[in-house]
Design a protein around this ligand. Structure first.
Ligand code: G3H
Ligand code: 13P
Ligand code: ZN
Length: 311
């Protein structure tokens, strides 16, 4: 198989009432864990790379890791830039072989977001690459941008048609109460998503793929293992999986998950080193870490996103 864009994936997901998982990658074990799960379950998948991941592992290493995964699997894989901050990083990823980019102009004014997104779309489409835009702001931390819950703002449905028509984006990320990181709600706060906004957006944008960022569910099992084996993450709380299942059946065609991968790996490594304090060969603890990524991704594909067998 070769790398694909998100175009066909989203069309099928929209019609089939399921969502594609977009998982963040920054090293070999993560790429392998995710794509082995996709291969075993016969599921399409999006591998996404942030600016921070690109800085950590380098564009070339990530590209080669993803190429290796593509050569090793028969499922559709898209390589996507996550939260592209400006035109330059989008262009660099498009020129460097990515099949999809996100231009995140959500912190700009509406008019500036439109002109920046439109510029990226024009270049991307001339190279056959798909583009995700964003309207509304999520709370949380991504690279250097830290948006507090008070400053996060829901997507305004009355803006979406103009944004999509004027920019030509292929998909749209919206803010309905999800947020980045492992601490999405305050202790005691009831997790809530604005499904009314999602519904209004999808009414205004018929047959158009919607994206949810910040969709990790912070499984209790990872949290307990991290806290039990020397970690300290009290009070982490994610998006309940039944809400994600509901979203996946709607116009939401892409669901972004990164924190759950981080927690799965960290929990497995902490547990392993606690139980085997004499181990110092990285392969000894990276093997269970990779398996933990694979198990977590398989669970999401099968029980939450509904994309198992949709290749
Ligand atoms: O939304 C952001 C992703 O979780 C990537 O995080 O910027 O720390 O690589 P990062
Ligand atoms: P989480 O932090 O909830 O995993 O969100 C990841 C994300 O939205 C990447 O763009
Ligand atoms: Zn995100």
């Amino acid at each position: 198989m070769s790398l694909t864009t998100t175009k066909k994936m989203f069309q099928k997901a929209y019609e089939g009432g399921y969502a594609i998982g977009a998982f963040n990658v920054n090293n070999m074990e993560i790429v392998q864990g995710i794509t082995e799960a996709a291969q075993e379950l016969g599921s399409p998948v999006i591998l996404q790379v942030s600016a921070g991941a690109r800085k950590y592992a380098s564009h070339t290493y990530l590209m080669k890791l993803v190429e290796a995964a593509v050569a090793d699997t028969d499922v559709s894989i898209a390589l996507h830039l996550d939260h592209g901050a400006d035109y330059e990083i989008c262009k660099s990823c498009i020129d460097g072989g990515f099949t999809s980019v996100m231009i995140d102009g959500s912190h700009h004014s509406f008019a500036d977001n439109i002109s920046l997104t439109k510029k990226v779309v024009e270049y991307a489409h001339s190279k056959g690459v798909t583009v995700e835009g964003e309207l509304g702001q999520l709370a949380g931390i991504e690279d250097d941008v830290n948006v507090s819950a008070e400053n996060a703002s829901y997507t305004q449905p009355e803006q979406v048609e103009e944004f999509v028509n004027k920019t030509g984006v292929d998909s749209l990320a919206i803010a309905i109460g999800t947020s980045h990181g492992a601490f999405k709600f305050k202790p005691g706060q009831k997790p809530e998503l604005r499904f009314d906004i999602l519904e209004e957006v999808s009414k205004r944008l018929p047959n158009f793929p919607i994206v949810l960022h910040g969709a990790s569910s912070v499984p209790q099992q990872f949290l307990e293992e991290i806290n039990q084996f020397g970690g300290n993450m009290p009070g982490a709380i994610g998006i309940p999986e039944d809400m994600l299942r509901q979203a996946a059946k709607s116009a939401v065609c892409k669901i972004n998950i990164d924190s759950d991968i981080r927690m799965a790996m960290t929990a497995a490594i902490r547990k392993h080193l606690f139980e085997h304090p004499d181990h110092f060969d990285p392969r000894q603890y990276l093997l269970p870490a990779r398996q933990a990524v694979k198990d977590m991704v398989s669970h999401k594909m099968r029980n939450v996103l509904g994309c198992e067998g949709k290749e």
